[in-house]
Design a protein around this ligand. Sequence first.
Ligand SMILES: *Cc1c(COP(=O)(O)O)cnc(C)c1O
Length: 353
Amino acid sequence: MTNHSFPVTKNTNPLLPTFNMDEIAFGKNFTDHMLVADYENGEWKNVVIKPFAPLALDPSSAVLHYGQTIFEGIKAFKNEKGEVVIFRPDQNFIRFNTSAERMQMPAVPEWLFMGGMKQLIQLESGWVPNKPDCSLYIRPFMIATDPFLGVRPSVTYKFMIILGPSGAYFSAPMKIAIEKKYTRATPGGVGFAKNGGNYGASLYPVSLAQKNGYDQVLWTDAIEHKYVEEVGMMNVMFVIDGKVITPSLERGTVLKGVTRNSCIILLRDMGYEVEERNLSVAEIVDAHKKGVFQEVFGVGTAAVVSYISRLADDDYVMDFDVNALKVAPALKKRLNDIRMGNLPDTHHWLEKI
Ligand SMILES: *Cc1c(COP(=O)(O)O)cnc(C)c1O
């Protein structure tokens, strides 16, 4: 990778000096600068870092009508020594271009994605909270910008990176309904890509579950609604009879989570047997009836490990005492300890700025 240094226009009215790091809300606060690049005539150009500000887009921009848009979510941390590290950004870089290919968008080269991200974070290092479990959330994304209402791949795009401080993400244990009518992803579809439409399409079924007192849904496969896939926007793990089971990626309907992969590796380090395979709702209910269904939890960059206190298969309700969980809290602690530099980074997951 050649080393690029992109031109910077400094924000002359920065928020950082007066920003209260004790009041950060996920996804609402953004740093003083952003990276913007244009794709025109088959190449990426005009890469600049400039003050965070609204965009001017033509109302006919393709992204606003046909949803050619993809994103990533990554976190950077400040460890005890004050060093800023990014967690496995190479994996997000690969996945971003996998999403781009599926959405008929151009690949973003490493010098732009990784080089731009590092330079931006270096500039904004004062925004990386240095408190336990706090982080800087990194949101790279790409949008189609052709001012044209015909349905065809855009020939112009914008790639951008915005950043926001993120607090110790406390989420109350979730109540989850197993979803057997609506689908998140279908074989041959776009479930493996982080494209905008997947998330818009999930809002309605989730709102129905919320009317019934649940927080989120556990998605099942689109064909038979028999096998579990993901929980909300997270990958899902089950502990049954001491073994950890997580849905496999084979059908292309489960997003290839970086946290999922990291958790599988750490769980094996911790001595757990981990199976990646199809897991049916019937098997889960059966395990619960036998008293061997011990834990279920979500894993993803935003919340890391999210506990689940209730899982319902229609009228059959399975409750979990979150204070008695063993695997999920131990896993969460291990992952956090590695990210904060309290445990050695034996898998080389931290990229120093
Ligand atoms: C982003 C995402 C995940 C989690 O992936 P991470 O790389 O661990 O953040 C899981 N499922 C869906 C649908 C996602 O969009």
